[in-house]
Design a protein around this ligand. Structure first.
Ligand code: SAM
Length: 248
């Protein structure tokens, strides 16, 4: 899997690619990440990558041509016809289902905007997908690109220490898309707060039931939409429904 990132700030990616548990996915090439700077494809002495917006208004707009030349160079090095993903507040909000799809793909070209955004004609000509990190505005698409790369890398086989660790995480279909349960570690009592007794009981079945109920209760309280989704997909057992009925 190969992700090419088009960014004016490739140095921002160094900590992501060299830190934490996902580092091994990037370093082994399991998730290959190549960084390209459109400035290297800009003309003139000033290597200009932006200009003032037609029609006036604040800020600058990224020029289409350096982006197009950068993309062309990337495409000439890739064996596939890769999707071109632009990070934008106008995109589809990133979620687990999207991450899973990208995690099982051949990769993509990720385009990070800056300034007021990029010339619409580049978007119309080349962009196949638009992805948003949420309803707020970042200074650039790099943090959104890193979020996608990190989420994709941790889903790759062998990247997390425990093979099925991510299947226990929030939103995973293996747990019916619910929120994760609370976690506790040593000491058994901290700041006058004891660990729930069931977790110290050694009863695997009871611990699993407690965790399931915590996921249900938390999702019911904070994300009732996830409960409804699980229900519609047939993920809730009669035992789950009986538990949830106690909150009505
Ligand atoms: N003028 C744009 C608007 O109001 O929608 C915001 C431009 S923003 C300052 C610069 C770049 O950051 C965007 O082109 C995009 O690539 C990225 N960006 C900003 N917010 C984002 C978000 N919520 N999700 C993904 N990318 C975002």
């Amino acid at each position: 899997m190969r992700f090419d990132v088009i960014t004016l700030f490739p140095e921002l990616f160094s900590p992501l690619l060299s830190s934490g548990i996902t580092r091994r996915a990037y370093e082994s090439g399991q998730v290959e990440v190549k960084l390209s700077n459109p400035r290297d494809f800009a003309g003139g002495n000033y290597k200009r990558v932006d200009d003032r917006p037609f029609g006036g208004g604040p800020g600058m707009v990224m020029l289409a041509e350096p982006l197009a030349q950068c993309l062309k160079a990337i495409q000439s090095k890739r064996a596939d016809v890769a999707p071109v993903v632009l990070f934008s507040p106008a995109g589809q909000p990133l979620n687990h289902a999207m991450v899973e799809r990208w995690a099982g793909s051949q990769g993509a070209v990720l385009v990070c905007g800056r300034y007021e955004g990029i010339d619409q004609r580049f978007i119309d000509e080349h962009v196949t997908h638009q992805v948003s990190l949420g309803d707020f505005v970042l200074s650039g698409g790099e943090i959104a690109a890193m979020a996608l790369l990190d989420a994709v890398a941790r889903l790759q086989p062998g990247v997390l220490n425990t093979a099925d660790s991510h299947s226990q995480d929030s939103f995973n279909p293996a747990l019916d898309g619910l929120l994760d349960c609370p976690h506790y570690t040593r000491p058994e009592s901290w700041a006058g707060r004891p660990v729930p007794a069931v977790l110290l009981s050694g009863h695997h079945g009871q611990i699993e039931r407690w965790r399931r109920e915590q996921r249900l209760a938390l999702s019911q309280r904070l994300r009732p939409d996830l409960i409804e989704q699980a229900r519609q997909q047939g993920g809730l057992t009669p035992e789950d429904e009986a538990f949830l009925a106690r909150f009505v």
